[in-house]
Design a protein around this ligand. Structure first.
Ligand code: NDP
Length: 334
């Protein structure tokens, strides 16, 4: 079983040597266990957090342990009546590894949705879609006609959140890095405005595109971009704090909004959330996401890197903006 082991906690960007690829013999499964051959491994910004020992929402990955990560695989061996070889599964806890062994109650079957490609279960119909859905619907509480700003808008979560906001009748401005991503947001997804934060002044662009202020901030980036958005939020605005990717490589906690007084004066709601909190309500999200996908009303992109051996290099794409859509590693053929 090829596995990536966390050897050293990164201090800034993830570098070679922080992780090591090793090969260990695959142990036999015992009663109630299921062995899956992983097909796709999801690479997520939060992996950088799990590699660190900062205060976080799950225990950090221990040094010497297999790097944790979401996987989708096919059952190869089963010592459980609930699964048989050939079943598609998503283990509750997976890893950067070729094979995953888990108890049957920790294996979730992948629903059979005709016409839906397998990687969609790792993006729009996986945690990515659920994050976008609840972050926008539960915390953002969008109403038709409201102004929504999404940062990292061309990314996996951001692009879904932006489209859901459009489906709910909002006006949506997306912030992303580079012309190609901004063109896709405007021409492909039909956003009302786009801001290339690498090529223009975000504050000035927000003033131009949101002259009546902002009602919802779907925040994926944090730092200066979040500051610029919060400074323009309307009274009773909502900040759905999904992620702060611009700060994950920092050694120390990054201060919050520069103008925190605005939160009081304009009675803003700022709420952080983690998608796992919403897993008990998964069916609610799927009830809207699946029909949107099947009717072709939601678009999504996947950026697939071949080979588990390339995972440690590929994860860095998330921090350079080199990924174009949900970043997945193809561990083995479908
Ligand atoms: P993405 O597909 O959006 O990839 C990350 C993107 O972030 C990059 O492509 C890049 O886009 C952008 N980015 C990276 N560094 C910076 C920076 N310094 N400043 C501005 N933009 C930057 O990944 P995900 O969709 O998986 O994740 C997006 C966000 O959502 C992350 O913050 C992540 O932590 C969060 N998240 C939160 C979850 C939760 O439960 N709360 C669950 C899943 C994700 P660009 O080219 O535009 O710069």
């Amino acid at each position: 079983n090829k596995q990536w082991i966390l050897r050293r906690r990164p201090t800034a960007d993830i570098t070679s040597g922080d992780l090591e690829l090793v090969e260990t013999p695959l142990r036999a499964i015992t009663d109630g266990e299921v062995l899956s051959r992983n097909i796709y491994l999801s690479l997520d910004p939060t992996h950088r957090i799990w590699m660190s020992d900062r205060d976080q929402y799950l225990p950090p990955v221990e040094l010497g342990q297999v790097m944790r990560g979401g996987v989708l695989g096919v059952v190869e061996r089963s010592a459980s009546p609930k699964f048989k070889p050939g079943d598609l599964v998503k283990p509750a806890v997976g890893g950067w590894e070729q094979f995953t062994i888990a108890k049957d109650h920790l294996m979730r079957p992948v629903p059979d949705l005709p016409g839906v490609p397998l990687p969609a279960h790792m993006s729009v119909l996986g945690s990515t879609g659920v994050t976008a859905y609840f972050g926008l619907m539960d915390i953002g509480q969008p109403k038709a006609g409201e102004m929504v700003v999404v940062s990292a808008a061309a990314g996996a979560v951001g692009s879904i959140a932006a489209q859901i906001a459009k489906l709910k009748g909002c006006r949506v401005v997306g912030i992303a890095g580079g012309k190609a991503k901004c063109d896709w947001l405007r021409d492909g997804l039909g956003l009302d405005g786009v801001i290339d934060y690498k090529g223009e002044d975000v504050a000035a662009a927000l003033d131009r595109l949101c002259p009546d202020g902002i009602d919802i901030d779907f925040e994926n980036v944090g730092g200066a971009i979040m500051d610029a958005v919060i400074a323009r939020m309307n009274t009773f605005g909502r900040v759905s704090l999904c992620g702060m990717i611009s700060t994950y490589n920092d050694e120390r906690p990054v201060p919050g909004p520069a103008d925190f007084g605005r939160v009081l004066m304009h009675r803003l709601l700022i709420k952080g959330f983690i998608v796992i909190d919403y897993f008990p309500r998964m069916a609610e999200a799927m009830a809207e996401l699946v029909p949107w996908v099947q009717r072709g009303e939601l678009q999504w992109k996947t950026h697939i890197v071949d080979g588990l051996e390339n995972a440690a290099e590929a994860v860095q794409l998330l921090f350079s903006g080199g990924n174009d859509g949900k970043l997945l590693v193809r561990v083995s053929p479908e």
